[in-house]
Design a protein around this ligand. Structure first.
Ligand code: CTP
Length: 398
């Protein structure tokens, strides 16, 4: 399992002899599944060529704060927002001092000032510089501000001295980066989600649909991304912005949704079917707009395929979660659906209530498996989504 899959990491390189190890760090972060960008200070370029890092990361190396062309592409604020974690390796004594003072004089400094991401430093310097009270106080200040500090190691140094100040080995650094994301309960898992309504065409301008807003499905997609999953969101027509880092597949009808779901589930670990699929569709779709008549007209409907059942019976290793919208006898109807549709778990909610459910920002639900059930009392759809995702993670860990 890739421990850093779906994670965006900036490797910041400042100018010290340990910069030659940064290439190995970039490589190992990628091996762990991370998407890596490299930012160098001007003095780092004296120790390692940007071209090496560009080739390894498959992206241009960012170095210049005042380069209009680079800023027009991925500028410093965008990079600061893009990252989940910024690792400065090596972090020289001077670079650490510049961080303590909040300087914004290089691209890397400016990104560190602007970022909401986790910031980590792997110090690398001569043992005398490391032991200097200025450096020790600087390190203490960074630690107080929540900066993660990896190392340094002790041993023979490039200058021949022996003592603390050597940068940690690349694999040790990468392991500590991974531990910053502990609690990523679905890390490395592929999760498919259906969300929103479907529309079943009657003629070129009319369709049958329902009032599903898609909010619950989108909240689940966001929670699954936060938990480290690789998410494919198969969405019917909704007025929502897809969470970042989801692979979004837009569909209209149940038939489209079935096709996209079966394809996405072929190599997935988990399916959550949160879509409100239209149960029926017109047997024929009129090629031209149907004109008004004086009399009533009949619309013949046929049943749509059951998407969640089809995926559950085709892919036996898939952990499948369905939803049940009920107005009475919630648990017993939901248990019946659980069995009938061959699901591993079902989230049941009471759609007779006006304060939760369809089109509301809140929801309340029961989580039901063959052997257990628990109730998630009224809470925001965002929180309920996180609770459902942790219930799934607990279940697949068992
Ligand atoms: N579902 C599906 N494909 C369908 C119909 C439903 O994948 N054609 C999924 C939904 O995404 C949801 C669950 O099945 O996970 C809901 O099942 P459904 O039988 O439609 O239940 P209700 O919507 O609760 O409706 P009813 O009680 O009328 O059966």
């Amino acid at each position: 399992m890739s421990t850093l899959s779906n994670k965006r990491i900036i490797v910041g390189i400042s100018g010290g002899i340990a910069a030659y190890k940064s290439a190995e760090i970039v490589r190992r972060l990628q091996d762990a599944g991370a998407d890596v960008r490299v930012v160098m200070t001007p003095s780092a370029e004296q120790f390692i060529r940007p071209l090496t890092l560009q080739a390894l990361s498959s992206h241009p190396v960012h170095a210049d704060l005042l380069d209009p062309e680079a800023e027009a592409g991925m500028g410093h604020i965008e990079l600061a927002r893009w990252a989940d974690l910024i690792l400065i390796a090596p972090a020289t004594a001077d670079f650490i001092a510049s961080m303590v003072h909040g300087r914004g004089n290089s691209l890397l400094n400016a990104i560190i000032l602007a970022t909401p991401a986790i910031v980590a430093v792997a110090p690398a310097m001569n043992q005398g510089m490391w032991a200097h009270p200025a450096t020790l106080e600087n390190m203490a200040l960074l630690e107080q501000r929540g900066v993660r500090i990896f190392g340094p190691d002790s041993g023979v140094q490039a200058c021949g001295d022996i003592g603390p100040g050597r940068m940690q080995q690349p694999q040790e650094i990468v392991d500590q980066v991974a531990s910053c994301f502990a609690g990523q309960s679905l890390s490395g898992k592929k999760l498919v989600l259906t969300a929103g309504p479907t529309r079943e065409a009657i003629d070129p301008v009319r369709y049958i649909s329902n009032h599903s807003s898609g909010k619950m499905g989108y909240a689940l997609a966001q929670a699954a991304v936060e938990a480290g999953a690789q998410v494919t969101l198969i969405s019917g027509p909704v007025n929502l912005i897809a969470p970042e880092r989801c692979n979004i597949v837009s569909v209209i009808s149940a038939a489209d949704m079935l096709e996209a779901t079966m394809q996405a589930c072929s190599d997935a670990d988990i399916l959550i079917a949160a879509a409100a699929v239209a149960d029926y569709r017109p047997v024929t779709v009129a090629a031209q707009k149907i004109k008004k008549h004086d009399d009533a007209i009949n619309l013949e409907l046929e049943k749509n395929p059951d998407i969640v059942s089809a995926a559950a019976s085709e892919y036996s290793n898939l952990f499948v979660v369905g939803f049940a919208a009920e107005t009475q006898d919630i648990e017993s109807y939901a248990r019946d659906k659980l069995q009938r549709k061959n699901l591993d778990a079902i989230v049941a909610n009471d759609v007779s209530r006006s304060d939760v459910g369809f089109n509301s920002d809140d929801n309340e639900a029961a989580w039901i498996t063959a052997t257990s059930s628990k109730v998630f009392g009224k809470r925001s759809k965002t929180q309920l989504a996180r609770d459902i995702i942790s219930a799934i993670a607990d279940q697949i860990d068992d």
